[in-house]
Design a protein around this ligand. Structure first.
Ligand code: HPA
Length: 285
């Protein structure tokens, strides 16, 4: 019998909803700022409110609704997370990544991560999109700390290819079809919730980051541990603190994310459509 409390809680959550899940998703899509209403464009085949799930962490951030939505995008069965859980809300890291793990138990094999992030690379502009090539977790505890659950993955997980090469290429191809210039770079996660100081932004740059945010990297670590194929796109909603004379506000971040949301949605939809067609992405992981 497994006595790992993290695994037990995850299973309890899964048991409490499994009868309500209308199908087996292939893709788990985490909707970041600007994509909150992405699901509205597709016929919903079921929803599960986070409140309905026993023991599930419920997000508190304004503008983040909390539910799973089941739908098909371009023929591909997708579970979307409308409203993610952030570490800065005060949840233990094992709860922050619980929804990501739960979607894997539902059957998803591909994790599509989206977020809004601050541009650290001086050649970026607000409104750009960045294909996440790799990541840095900085001052954020690993979700894998604690007793390892072999059912989820190995004790010492390999992180040499967190972001899948084939999925990256599908995103590049989708952007090219749209005539959209897409940046590529390294995403760095800090805890937040404060935006960085200019000195911290210089630190991020010195560490090799191109964008900084408050989510995603921990989800990708937990997901990679569980054997998901992963891809991710950041919407560069602003240049990071100290790179312009403007003080940063959540409003500005949200406004830019909303402004470019139609392009972001198209990029995501096209990429998922390609996933459906791509024989080599045969969910073999
Ligand atoms: N820093 C951290 N997180 C963010 C930012 C930022 O500048 N913009 C959007 N999310």
């Amino acid at each position: 019998m497994n006595v790992n409390p993290v695994y037990e809680k995850l299973n309890r959550c899964y048991e409490s909803i499994k009868e309500k899940i209308p199908f087996v998703p292939e893709v788990a899509l985490i909707l970041g700022s600007g994509l909150g209403d992405y699901a509205d464009g597709f016929p919903q085949e079921g929803t599960i409110d986070y409140h309905e799930i026993e023991g599930f962490p419920v997000s508190t951030v304004q503008g983040h609704r909390g539910r799973f939505i089941f739908t098909h995008v371009a023929g591909v069965p997708v579970v979307m997370m409308q409203g993610r859980v952030h570490y800065y809300e005060g949840y233990p890291m094992s709860d922050v990544v619980l929804p990501t793990r739960l979607m894997r138990l539902m059957g998803a094999r591909i994790l599509f991560l989206t977020n809004a992030a601050g541009g650290v690379n001086a050649s970026f502009s607000a409104g750009d999109f960045m294909l996440i090539k790799d990541q840095i977790s900085c001052f954020v505890p690993s979700p894998l700390i604690g007793p390892n659950s072999e059912e989820l993955g190995p004790r010492f997980a390999d992180m040499s290819h967190i972001y899948d090469e084939e999925l990256k290429q599908l995103i590049r191809d989708s952007a090219a079809e749209m005539g959209l210039r897409i940046q590529e770079g390294v995403y760095l996660q800090l805890t937040g919730p404060a935006y960085e100081s200019p000195a911290e932004v210089r630190m991020c740059r010195a560490l090799g980051a191109d964008a900084v945010g408050m989510s995603t990297a921990c989800e990708a670590v937990a997901a990679n541990h569980m054997g998901y194929q992963i891809c991710g796109i950041s919407c560069i909603s602003n240049l990071a603190c100290g790179m312009t004379d403007q003080p940063l506000s959540h409003k500005e971040v949200q406004e830019t994310a909303d402004r470019v949301a139609p392009l972001f949605k198209e990029l995501v939809t096209r990429t998922i459509g390609k996933l459906g067609k791509q024989q080599s992405c045969n969910f073999s992981k």
